[in-house]
Ligand binder design. Structure first.
Ligand code: SF4
Length: 77
């Protein structure tokens, strides 16, 4: 699981199986309108600086296998 630290309102968790899947990483990079996902050579990266730009569109959740990507509203916790 990949979890990031530089966020205030939103965090995104991605299962390690998804993070290591190059095709899925590319898909996540394409669907997110605010560039939170970056498909790098080592697999998926979460762009921490963009996390709080999340518009809760759910496109990343729908693009990945059930339950493998989670968008967490930190302000509700
Ligand atoms: S919910 Fe939408 S804006 Fe937020 S990380 Fe997923 S694709 Fe990006």
């Amino acid at each position: 699981m990949t979890r990031t630290l530089e966020r205030v309102f939103i965090d995104v968790e991605v299962d390690s199986t998804v993070a290591a899947d190059a095709a899925l990483a590319k898909k996540l990079e394409e669907v997110c309108p605010v560039d939170i996902f970056k498909a790098g050579e080592g697999g998926l990266e979460i762009v921490a600086a963009n996390l709080d730009e999340c518009v809760l569109c759910n496109l990343c959740v729908e693009a990945a296998p059930d339950g493998s990507v989670r968008v967490i509203k930190l302000y509700e916790q």
